[in-house]
Design a protein around this ligand. Structure first.
Ligand SMILES: *[C@@H]1O[C@H](CO)[C@@H](O)[C@H](O)[C@H]1NC(C)=O
Ligand SMILES: *[C@@H]1O[C@H](CO)[C@@H](O)[C@H](O)[C@H]1NC(C)=O
Ligand SMILES: *[C@@H]1O[C@H](CO)[C@@H](O)[C@H](O)[C@H]1NC(C)=O
Ligand SMILES: *[C@@H]1O[C@H](CO)[C@@H](O)[C@H](O)[C@H]1NC(C)=O
Ligand SMILES: *[C@@H]1O[C@H](CO)[C@@H](O)[C@H](O)[C@H]1NC(C)=O
Ligand SMILES: *[C@@H]1O[C@H](CO)[C@@H](O)[C@H](O)[C@H]1NC(C)=O
Length: 457
């Protein structure tokens, strides 16, 4: 608590200057009380001020509100750190692109100067590459603006924090309503900014980092993208069939450094490696069926179970590596998805958006990509990315956007360090790909490209 004398002065000042009722909370037990005003022998105004009991201080309504505000600002600071990290990461990519572009431009000019009428073919090739890259320039410019925006957020939050700290010492000296609206406004802008920065088109996959080496050739592992702040529990499922034990590691650190885990026994074994943990529940494909089960870890019980109509199972439409990987469940920024093949779509991939509570299909998209010739697939911002295979040199080469119901061929290669990938899933919270790479659990960062228009903020 602040020094009593300081508060006393403050209260007196307020008492003389403004209406008391605006400043002090209604409940006299929880506040400072000014009882009377009279004149002493020398004609001065005298106030009797009674301080609240010490134990009451913490219950003072305004103190409580302040504490909430402070907490909000702390939360915002955390969000900004995340934003900052992401922006830095993407900025590095952008800078690399910029250097490439500049280099190309220089080379282009050299060719033009030294071989004026010469090597038409080379000239043409470079020109084509140049044309390809040119649209990126405005994108790069906007990106720099994003980075500036994050800096500005940082300054605003720092500013706000110091105002709040002062305020704790001199309650009432600042218009609380105004402060509250400033925090809310900032929070809203930050959220919009995070959302925009979070979504975009996949443009790169980093080198992998091996988190752990354990388990068989096939399996899956993940963290919950909706877990509360600080909850980094790791979920681990070894094998693709006839297993029903899910390991829970307390944290990513525990997962990396120990073999201390809790085991959860599912009521049914799973099929494939398409499980996903989302908001405290695991969603998995029941062995030898096209039933999807939602199992709540909090209550250790099935909270929903539903048949995924028309979905092939039992190796009818597996990924190219086999292993009953017919039905792949995944989560992106937009929610829960199921990826599978159907007879109706001639064994090509069908994408369905699922309601995470009822497991009902909200909407489906039919692609022209054969499920059996896909290595793996993952969803980012409503776009399904498909890899070309599970072994050898791997790349993401097909992208289907559910937003526009269109597909395109792309070419984003990534390292298949241990030669066999049986699971590859995006986590929208970490913006990373989780992979099961031949008994190794590895992570990749992804780079997404997004353009923010300043008028949207
Ligand atoms: C701050 O974040 C924590 C954890 O996510 C949350 O429980 C809490 O309600 C948040 N506080 C405010 C004021 O938003
Ligand atoms: C920080 O606060 C001061 C005083 O409230 C204000 O004048 C200034 O513009 C603020 N700066 C930012 C970046 O919001
Ligand atoms: C393992 O985890 C349990 C609970 O999660 C904990 O009580 C125990 O101390 C841990 N053991 C080691 C060796 O870390
Ligand atoms: C996550 O689970 C909590 C508690 O069951 C629920 O209140 C919340 O709405 C869920 N969030 C989403 C996005 O489904
Ligand atoms: C989805 O499409 C709409 C309109 O075509 C566009 O405005 C929006 O930015 C797209 N969203 C994503 C995530 O691509
Ligand atoms: C992803 O990026 C973050 C932040 O730059 C970094 O800490 C982490 O190690 C990276 N992970 C991978 C797999 O490269």
């Amino acid at each position: 608590m602040q020094p009593a004398s300081k508060l006393l002065t403050l209260i007196l000042l307020i008492f003389m200057g403004t209406e008391l009722t605006q400043v002090l909370p209604a409940n006299p037990e929880e506040s400072w009380q000014v009882y009377s005003s009279a004149q002493d022998s020398e004609g001065r105004c005298v106030c009797t001020v009674v301080a609240p009991q010490q134990s009451m201080c913490s219950r003072d309504a305004r103190t409580k509100q302040l504490r909430q505000l402070l907490e909000k600002v702390q939360n915002m600071t955390q969000s900004i750190q995340v934003l900052d990290q992401r922006t830095q990461r993407d900025l590095q990519y952008v800078e690399k692109m910029e250097v490439q572009l500049r280099g190309l431009e220089t080379k282009f000019r050299q060719v033009e100067e030294t071989h004026k009428q010469n090597i038409a073919k080379q000239y043409k090739a470079i020109k084509a590459k140049m044309e390809e890259l040119r649209p990126l320039i405005p994108v790069l410019e906007e990106y720099k603006a994003d980075a500036k925006l994050v800096l500005q957020f940082k300054e605003e939050v720092q500013n706000l924090t110091s105002v709040l700290n002062e305020l704790q010492e001199e309650m009432g000296a600042y218009d609380y309503e105004e402060l509250h609206s400033r925090v809310s406004n900032l929070e809203e802008r930050l959220r919009a900014c995070m959302q925009k920065l979070a979504c975009g088109k996949l443009t790169g996959i980093s080198d992998p980092i091996t988190i752990k080496t354990s388990g068989s050739r096939f399996g899956s592992w993940m963290t919950d993208p909706l877990a509360p702040e600080g909850d980094t529990r790791v979920w681990y499922m070894d094998g693709y069939h006839n297993n029903r034990f899910v390991r829970e590691y307390k944290s990513m650190h525990d997962f990396m450094t120990s073999d201390n885990f809790t085991s959860h026994r599912l009521p049914h074994p799973w099929s494939g490696t398409g499980q996903v943990v989302y908001n405290g529940s695991i969603y998995f494909n029941k062995f030898q069926s096209h039933i999807i089960i939602k199992f709540d870890f909090r209550t250790s019980s099935i909270s929903k179970s539903r048949q995924l109509d028309y979905a092939g199972f039992n190796n009818a439409y597996h990924y190219s590596w086999g292993g009953h990987s017919d039905i792949d469940l995944m989560v992106d920024e937009g929610g829960l998805w199921a990826v599978y093949g159907t007879n109706q779509n001639a064994g090509n991939i069908v994408i369905s958006k699922l309601n995470p509570n009822t497991l009902q299909i909200i909407k489906s998209w039919t692609t022209n990509h054969p499920k059996r010739s896909a290595g793996e697939s993952f969803m980012i911002c409503g776009t399904l990315y498909v890899t070309n295979g599970y072994s050898g040199g791997t790349k993401v080469y097909y992208a289907y956007s559910t937003n526009s119901s269109t597909y395109e061929y792309i070419d984003i290669s990534f390292q298949n360090k241990y030669s066999h990938i049986s699971m590859l899933d995006y986590n929208p919270r970490d913006r990373a790909l989780y992979a099961w790479n031949n008994g190794h659990q590895v992570l990749y960062n992804v780079t997404l490209f997004h353009v923010i228009r300043s008028e949207e903020l």
